[in-house]
Design a protein. Structure first.
Ligand code: ADP
Length: 798
C-alpha cells in the first residue's frame, strides 16, 4: 500500500445510491441531487478529493447520517462534465483508499464528513494460501466473465497483470454485480486474506445463481422458440388455408362432426364415419392420407342418406305419361303399370329389375326415362358399355389416391335420392378380364336377395339398393352373363315396321324436333309419303334413331330458311327430299323377276334389322375344290360344308352326279363382301343354291328362306324372324320358307306382314324343294309328298 496522502480530514461527502467504489478503481456516474452537486463543487474548489459512501436506503433523497454506511472510499475527481440543460453532472472518480466517516454533516448545500483513512491489517497467513486464494478468485472471476454475456472478457487481463491481493479483490469486487450489502462487506473487510475468502464465497454463490439463471433462461428460450415456431407455423397454415379457401381444419372437423351426427343413418355407419374423422384430425395438414380421408368423408356426406322420393300412386296418370311419350311398346308399359298396382296394394314390394332387349334406336332408354317420370322417381343413367374392371362397378379401395366409389354408388349420389330409377345401358357390352368380373359385382347390386347390403369397396359401409328400380338395356341377350339374366325380367322390344315408324315420326319425332328447333306446327309440315320416303331411302335401321336425325336435319333447314326470310313455312312432299336431305342413301331392295340357277334369296338379321342376303353358287368342271367367299365367319363356312355333305348323301335322289365333289369345283359367294357375315341361319339357303346349281334348276325369284340345317337335312330354328320377314316383304318376296320350330313366332309378326306373305314352315330341306325350285314338269326329280300338305297347312296363314 502506498504512503497515506491524508490522515484525517474534513471533506465533502457524496452519498452513492446503488454503487460502491473500491480503491484503485475508476467509476463514472451521473449526479443530480443538489447536495451531491454541492459536494462536487466544494471538492472542485479545493483539492478534488471527495469521500464516497453508499446509502443504505436507495430511496432517500436527503439521507440522514444513519442512512449512510460510514465506511467508504476517498476518491479523486478525474473529470466533471455538466450537461448543457438541467443540473445533471457526469463525473469520473478514482478510488484512493478506504476511509471511515467519523461524523457526517448533512448540510443540504453539500454534505461534509470528517474522515479517517483505513489501512489494510497485517495478518499471519502464508503466501501460498494468499496465492491459492488469489488463483481461486481469478478462476471464479474468469468463469463469471464467461457466463455473463455483458462482460468484457479482456477484464481478466487487468487482474492477471497485477496479481496483488488487495488489487485483485478490489478489482473483482468492483466489477462483479454483487448486491450493495455484499459489496459493503467487501469494502469494510480490512484483512486481505479474509476479503479474498469472502470474495471467493460470494463469487461461488453468484456463479451458482448465474448457472441456474442461465439454465432457466435457456429452457425458457427453448420453450419460447418452440412456441414461437409453432405459432409461426400455425399462422402460416392459416394463411395457406385462407388462400386455398379452406376455413381451417379445426372448423372443418367440427363441421364434419356436426354433419355426421345429423345424418339419418344407423349406429354402425355413424361410428365408422366418426372413426375416419378422428383419423383425419390426427393427420398433418396437407398429407396425402388427409386428402384421402377428406375425400372419403366428403363422398359419404354426399350420399343422399334417408332421402326418398314419393312414388306415384295414380296409375291412370302414369299410363297417360307413358302413352303420351311413346308409341307402342305395350309390353313395357303394361309391366310398369302392373308394378305400380302391386306397389299400391303391398307397399313392401321393393324396387324392380327389368331388362329391355332390342335393336338400337327402338326407344329402350327413352321409355326408361318416361318410366321414371311416370313413377315419380329420380332418373340416373349409367353406361356399362366397355366396362372391364370390377372396380368400375364396386369402386376402388380408398387407400389409393384418387380412388372413388363405383358407378352404382356414384349414380345414387347423382340422383340425390335413395330410390331412383337407374338405367344401366348396354349391359350386354360388359367385358371381363384380369381385373375381375364386373358382372359378378353387378349381380350383387341388382340381385334383390343381396342388394340391401351392397358393399362398395370405397365406402366400406353397406348401402341399401333394394329400393332402386333398375332397368337394364341390351341389344342382344347372348352376351349377358347368365346369372344376371336369370334375375332380370326380360322384355323384348322388336324392330319397328315402316308403318310403325311412320306413326312414331308423326306422333313423336316430328313434334319433338319441331319444338327443339323453335318451329310452330304451321311452319313445317311433312307429308306421310315424304316420311315414308325418308324411312325407305334415307334410313336402314330397326329403330328410329336415324329417322329422328333426318327429321332434325329437315327442321334445321326449315328453321334456317325461316330465319333468313327465304320462306315462311316449309311443306315437305314426296319426291322433294333431295334438295333438303341430299341424294337418297339407299335404293329400294331390288325386286327380282327372273328365276336364276344357283342364286337364292336368304334372310339375315343384323344390327340394323332384317336384310335380304343373296347367295350365289357356281359349279364348274374341276378337281373338287370348294371355295367360300364374301367375308364369312367360321360358323357360316361350316354350315356351307355341311350343305355339301348333305347333298352328296342325297345326290342320287336329287339326280346329281355322285362324283360331283371330285370332278367339279364349287364356288359359294355371298355378295356385299365388305360386310362381315356369320351365323348358321343361311344353311338352307346355301343348300338350295347348291342343288339348283348342280341340277341346273332355276330358283323361284319370289321365294326367300332362312334356317339352319344339319348333315341329314333337318331344318333347325333361327332368331329375328320378325325383322327377316319385314325385309323379305320390302324386297318383293312373296313366299318365305321358315323352320317349322319357328312357327309359333309367327304370332309376333306384324299384322300387315302376315297378310302379305305366304309362310312355308318346314322341318326338312327335302320337303321344300318344290317350293323353292322351278322344275320342268317332266324333269321333276323331286318326290316330296309332304310339301303340299305343309304349304296347305301354311296357306291358312297367308
Ligand atoms: P335405344 O335406347 O333403344 O337405343 P333410344 O331410347 O335412344 O333407343 O331411342 C332413340 C330415339 O327414338 C329417342 O329419341 C326416342 O324418343 C325415339 N323413340 C324410339 N321409340 C319410340 C317410340 N315407340 N315412341 C316414341 N319415340 C320413340
Amino acid at each position: 500500500m502506498s504512503k497515506p496522502e491524508i490522515e484525517i480530514v474534513k471533506m465533502p461527502l457524496l452519498a452513492l445510491r446503488g454503487l460502491s467504489v473500491f480503491p484503485g478503481m475508476l467509476l463514472t456516474f451521473d449526479v443530480e441531487r443538489p447536495s451531491s452537486i454541492g459536494a462536487l463543487d466544494m471538492a472542485a474548489k479545493s483539492d478534488q478529493l471527495i469521500f464516497l459512501a453508499t446509502q443504505k436506503n436507495l430511496t432517500a433523497d436527503m439521507p440522514e447520517e444513519d442512512d449512510i454506511y460510514h465506511i467508504g472510499t476517498i476518491c479523486r475527481i478525474r473529470q466533471q462534465l455538466r450537461q448543457p440543460k438541467g443540473n445533471v453532472c457526469r463525473v469520473m472518480v478514482e478510488g484512493i483508499c478506504r476511509a471511515e466517516a467519523v461524523s457526517i454533516d448533512t448540510e443540504p448545500k453539500g454534505y461534509l464528513a470528517e474522515v479517517s483513512r483505513l489501512y489494510d491489517k497485517d495478518e499471519r497467513v502464508s503466501e501460498a494460501k494468499i496465492e491459492a486464494l488469489i488463483r481461486n478468485c481469478i478462476g471464479l472471476f474468469e468463469e463469471y466473465l464467461r457466463l455473463n454475456p455483458e462482460a468484457v472478457t479482456e477484464q481478466i487481463l487487468n487482474v492477471l497483470a497485477n496479481p496483488e491481493p488487495s488489487y485483485v479483490s478490489d478489482y473483482i469486487s468492483q466489477h462483479v454485480h454483487f448486491n450493495i450489502g455484499d459489496k459493503q462487506r467487501l469494502l469494510e473487510c480490512l484483512y486481505p486474506s479474509r476479503r479474498l475468502t469472502l470474495l471467493s464465497k460470494l463469487l461461488t454463490s453468484e456463479l451458482n445463481i448465474m448457472t441456474l439463471e442461465k439454465e432457466l433462461s435457456e429452457a425458457t428460450q427453448e420453450q419460447m422458440t418452440q412456441n414461437q415456431r409453432e405459432y409461426y407455423l400455425r399462422e402460416e397454415m392459416k394463411i395457406i388455408q385462407a388462400e386455398l379457401g379452406d376455413d381451417g381444419l379445426v372448423d372443418d372437423i367440427a363441421e364434419y362432426r356436426e354433419r355426421i351426427n345429423a345424418l339419418p343413418v344407423n349406429d354402425e355407419i355413424r361410428e365408422k364415419l366418426l372413426k375416419e374423422l378422428s383419423r383425419l384430425q390426427k393427420q398433418p395438414f396437407g398429407s396425402s392420407e388427409a386428402a384421402v380421408l377428406r375425400g372419403y368423408i366428403d363422398t359419404c356426406l354426399e350420399i343422399p342418406w334417408g332421402i326418398y322420393t314419393e312414388e306415384t300412386k295414380d296409375i291412370e296418370k302414369a299410363r297417360k305419361i307413358l302413352d303420351e311419350e311413346h308409341f307402342g311398346l305395350e309390353k313395357v308399359k303394361e309391366r310398369v303399370l302392373q308394378y305400380l298396382s302391386v306397389r299400391r296394394l303391398t307397399p313392401d314390394v321393393k324396387g324392380g329389375l327389368l331388362c329391355l332387349v332390342g335393336p338400337p334406336g327402338t326407344g329402350k332408354t327413352s321409355i326408361a326415362m318416361s318410366i321414371a317420370k311416370a313413377t315419380g322417381r329420380k332418373l340416373v343413367r349409367v353406361s356399362l358399355g366397355g366396362v372391364h374392371d370390377e372396380a368400375e362397378i364396386r369402386g376402388h379401395r380408398k387407400t389409393y389416391i384418387g380412388s372413388m366409389p363405383g358407378r352404382i354408388i356414384n349414380g345414387i349420389i347423382q340422383a340425390k335420392s335413395c330410390n331412383p330409377l337407374m338405367v344401366l345401358d348396354e349391359i350386354d357390352k360388359l367385358g371381363s378380364d384380369y381385373k375381375g368380373d364386373p358382372g359378378a359385382a353387378l349381380l350383387e347390386a341388382l340381385d334383390p336377395e343381396q342388394n340391401s347390403t351392397f358393399r362398395d369397396n370405397f365406402l366400406e359401409i353397406p348401402f341399401d339398393l333394394s329400393n332402386v328400380f333398375f332397368i337394364t338395356t341390351a341389344n342382344s341377350l347372348d352376351t349377358i352373363p347368365i346369372a344376371l339374366l336369370d334375375r332380370m325380367e326380360v322384355i323384348e322390344i322388336s324392330s319397328y315396321t315402316d308403318e310403325e315408324k311412320l306413326q312414331i315420326a308423326k306422333g313423336h319425332l316430328i313434334p319433338k324436333q319441331r319444338k327443339k328447333h323453335g318451329l310452330k306446327a304451321n311452319q313445317l309440315r311433312i307429308s306421310d309419303d315424304a316420311i315414308k320416303e325418308i324411312i325407305r331411302s334415307y334410313t336402314r335401321e330397326s329403330g328410329v334413331r336415324l329417322l329422328e336425325q333426318e327429321i332434325a336435319a329437315v327442321c334445321r333447314k326449315a328453321a334456317g330458311g325461316i330465319a333468313e326470310d327465304k320462306f315462311k313455312s316449309l311443306i315437305l312432299k314426296q319426291g322433294k327430299l333431295e334438295s333438303i336431305l341430299g341424294p337418297a342413301k339407299y335404293k329400294p331392295d331390288q325386286i327380282r323377276v327372273t328365276d336364276e340357277v344357283g342364286l337364292v334369296r336368304g334372310l339375315a338379321y343384323t344390327s340394323v334389322g332384317g336384310e335380304v342376303l343373296d347367295v350365289e353358287v357356281a359349279v364348274v368342271d374341276g378337281t373338287g375344290k370348294l371355295e367360300l367367299t364374301g367375308n364369312l365367319g367360321d360358323v357360316m363356312k361350316e354350315s356351307a360344308k355341311a350343305a355339301v355333305t348333305y347333298i352328296r348323301s342325297r345326290a342320287h335322289k336329287l339326280g346329281i352326279d355322285p362324283d360331283f365333289y371330285k370332278n367339279k369345283d364349287i364356288h359359294i359367294h355371298f355378295p356385299e363382301a365388305a360386310v362381315p357375315k356369320d351365323g348358321p341361319s343361311a344353311g338352307i339357303t346355301v343348300t338350295i343354291a347348291l342343288i339348283s346349281a348342280l341340277t341346273g334348276t332355276p330358283v323361284r325369284s319370289d321365294v326367300a328362306m332362312t334356317g339352319e340345317i344339319t348333315l341329314r337335312g333337318r331344318v333347325l330354328p333361327i332368331g329375328g324372324l320378325r325383322e327377316k320377314t319385314m325385309a323379305a316383304l320390302r324386297a318383293g318376296v312373296k313366299t318365305v320358307i321358315i323352320p317349322a320350330d319357328n312357327e309359333s313366332d309367327l304370332e309376333e309378326i306384324d299384322q300387315m306382314v302376315r297378310e302379305k306373305l305366304r309362310f312355308v314352315p318346314t322341318d326338312h330341306v327335302d320337303k321344300v324343294l318344290d317350293v323353292a325350285l322351278r322344275y320342268d314338269r317332266e324333269n321333276s326329280i323331286c318326290c316330296t309328298p309332304e310339301v303340299p300338305a305343309q304349304t296347305e297347312r301354311c296357306a291358312v296363314r297367308q
